[in-house]
Design a protein around this ligand. Structure first.
Ligand SMILES: [Zn+2]
Length: 131
């Protein structure tokens, strides 16, 4: 494992790719030019996936509360959240299904949101293995 220094977001994206592979999810694309630049899109299903960093997008899962410049961070996070909302709305209006997954959910391998979006075909549900 290489340490990923840059944004932290990269490592969550890589982790999500591992999850896709594990669940035999195919058809995803990266680096889309859609509004807000979703981290992953599924063009066929019109599903856009964002991996949101817990700190930058204001998840309340943990107490990330920088003592210095607290106001500065709070404002930044507030702006991010507002932008997230606007992007979700715009994509939804264009017919996309938007799935936002928190960094902490990806780290824990929580994939309920992906399942709910219909991305997992159920191959992993372990019905029967007999031919
Ligand atoms: Zn979180």
């Amino acid at each position: 494992m290489k340490a990923v220094k840059s944004k932290g977001n990269r490592s969550t994206e890589i982790k999500l790719i591992e999850i896709f592979k594990f669940h035999h999810v195919t058809g995803w694309r990266r680096n889309s030019n859609l509004v807000g630049h979703p981290d992953f899109i599924f063009p066929k299903n019109q599903i856009a996936i964002f991996t949101d960093g817990c700190f930058w997008h204001g998840h309340n899962c943990r107490n990330v509360n920088p003592s210095d410049n607290a106001e500065y961070w709070q404002n930044k996070i507030k702006r991010n959240k507002a932008r997230d909302k606007a992007i979700t709305k715009e994509l939804t209006q264009k017919g996309w299904k938007v799935v936002r997954i928190w960094e902490c959910e990806i780290k824990k391998g929580k994939v309920q949101k992906l399942k709910a979006a219909g991305l997992f075909s159920g191959k992993e549900s372990g019905t029967t293995k007999n031919a």
